[in-house]
Design a protein around this ligand. Structure first.
Ligand SMILES: [Fe+2]
Length: 522
């Protein structure tokens, strides 16, 4: 576990840095004798949702991350923050103070405004006489500007007991301009005493599946204690959305898991899950109260790229034909079925029509290209993916054609495979129009080391899925360089997650060209 001490901070020349903050003798933290001297930044810091003039700065105070309130008293604690142009904090741009409130799990979300566009910044917090690690962040380019390039990484699916977060560490080392996390940042499942592949003892309160707010809180506490995950947050702003496991496996709209969980129980669990997500993520959304929360939102990077961050879980109709992979399920074709819900779908298509950007991105959860998992003539599709919501998929794909959307790119997680494919107007007709491309990232850890014999559709020469150009089962993330001429996706993989220190390599590089939808392997 990552336990930087005050001594190690001062060893980095911190006494001068500490003076950059004003001393406040009335600091409520200092008044709490029970916690005085405890290092409160054991969950690290994070930034997110960058706009041209502002970015969210996040931390959550915890002296003991495995306790529901982080081992802190049920009292508000004062936090000071600052953001500067340099890592030494000599050119401070903005600063202030805020309360870390117990009813927010002692999290703070600072919307640091008045920043310059397209610029790197450094930020940190202070509380109880302690100073947080320093985070690096970057604002979005100015509206109407024409950036030459954008470097981003995207990732998903990071089950803590399934392995070490080595892939997050390699992602951090790339210093991207922005990171997109497409969900399954956390899994709701109970954790075995041995901590799964990590072989770290995990306390008794982790055995049961998440349901109460306190249980979700300690799950985030465990996850966010990881130094590799913290490193990835410390190097770049993140834009996050959720998938199913931030709540419950394959949850859909108002439909709970059944069994002995009543619909009312389910809505309470969902509210707790949403609340814990909000407390722990650097997002610019209001504090979540209850089982409904709007997290779909849009980010514009000059005229280069616009990102529509979607929520494909909260408004969808229930999975048909009992969920899972099915052959011959006609109900999936029902035109009334919703994936995004009418409101989000209209928001998406209106936004795409009005976009100034060369590259128009859907940053979302589940595979949109058709994936036939049967190697023979039968068509076996997953009812949880866009294939289970065929009419909703058609409305989005045809909606992009009708609106002449420039260069559609879909970024996807969820499935624990690397995939790259061409988005077809009709997947059953290979000669039909190619509308855009989809890049699917594998998991950070979920599923352990991975296995080549998992029923994964082969990429490149698969007669069953001719639009699929690449697939691989290894763990990792995808690193992208977006320029005015092309979007390049490098699939970064590691050979194992069940022990630390795996090296990273590029498994494949695929490129799509401006104005020429389709994929080319490098
Ligand atoms: Fe997952």
């Amino acid at each position: 576990m990552h336990r930087p001490s005050r001594r190690s901070f001062l060893g980095l020349g911190g006494s001068a840095l500490a003076l950059a903050f004003t001393t406040n003798l009335a600091d409520p933290w200092t008044a709490q004798a029970a916690v005085k001297g405890d290092y409160p930044f054991r969950l690290g810091v994070a930034s997110g949702d960058p706009l041209p003039d502002r970015v969210i700065l996040w931390t959550r105070l915890a002296a003991d991350p495995l306790q529901p309130l982080g081992g802190l008293p049920f009292a508000k604690l004062k936090v000071e923050w600052e953001i500067a142009e340099d890592e030494g904090f000599t050119r401070r741009a903005r600063h202030g103070s805020a309360w870390a409130r117990p009813e927010y799990g002692h999290s703070v979300h600072i919307d640091a405004k008045g920043l310059e566009p397209g610029r790197e910044y450094f930020y940190r917090f202070r509380s109880g006489g302690e100073i947080s690690p320093t985070g690096r962040t970057k604002t979005a380019p100015a509206p109407g500007s024409s950036p030459d390039s954008l470097r981003l990484a995207f990732a998903s699916c990071a089950s803590w007991p399934d392995g070490y977060y080595t892939a997050y560490r390699h992602l951090a080392d790339e210093n991207p301009d922005v990171v997109f996390h497409l969900g399954d940042y956390l899994y709701e499942y109970g954790i075995r005493p041995t901590g799964g592949n990590r072989n770290i003892p995990v306390p008794e309160q982790y055995r049961v599946q998440c349901d109460t707010l306190d249980r979700y809180r300690i799950q985030y506490g465990l996850y966010k204690s990881d130094p590799d995950l913290q490193a990835a947050h410390h190097r770049a702003p993140w834009i996050v959305t959720w998938d199913d496991h931030e709540v419950l496996d394959n949850w859909a709209s108002q439909h709970g898991p059944g069994g002995d969980v009543t619909e009312q129980d389910y809505l309470v669990i969902r509210a707790n899950a949403f609340r814990a997500f909000w407390e722990n993520m650097p997002v610019r959304v209001p504090p979540v109260e209850g089982p409904d929360a709007r997290i779909y939102r849009r980010f514009t990077f000059g005229d280069l790229a616009e990102f529509n961050v979607l929520d494909t879980r909260q408004y969808r109709d229930d999975q048909v034909c009992g969920d899972g992979q099915r052959i011959g399920c006609e109900e999936r074709l029902d035109p009334a079925r919703q994936m995004l819900g009418a409101e989000q779908e209209t928001w998406l298509l209106d936004g795409l029509a009005a976009s100034p950007a060369k590259w128009n991105v859907l940053a979302q959860q589940i595979a949109m290209i058709q994936l036939d998992f049967d190697p023979g003539p039968a068509q076996q599709l997953s009812m949880d993916l866009w294939d289970g919501y065929e009419a909703a998929k058609d409305r989005v794909v045809n909606g992009m054609v009708d609106r002449q959307v420039s260069n559609p790119v879909v970024l996807t997680g969820d499935i624990h495979y690397n995939l790259a494919g061409e988005l077809k107007q009709n997947f059953d007709e290979p000669s039909s129009r190619t509308v855009g491309v989809e890049f699917v990232c594998t998991s950070i850890t979920s599923g352990g080391n991975g296995n080549p014999d998992t029923g994964l559709p082969p990429g490149g020469s698969d007669p069953v899925n001719p639009h699929l150009r690449f697939s691989s089962y290894q763990r990792g993330y995808v690193s992208c360089e977006v320029t005015r001429d092309q979007w390049r996706a490098d699939y970064k993989v590691i050979p194992y997650v069940d022990r630390p220190g795996a090296p990273v390599s590029t498994r494949a590089s695929l490129v799509t060209l401006d104005g020429a939808p389709g994929l080319n392997a490098l």
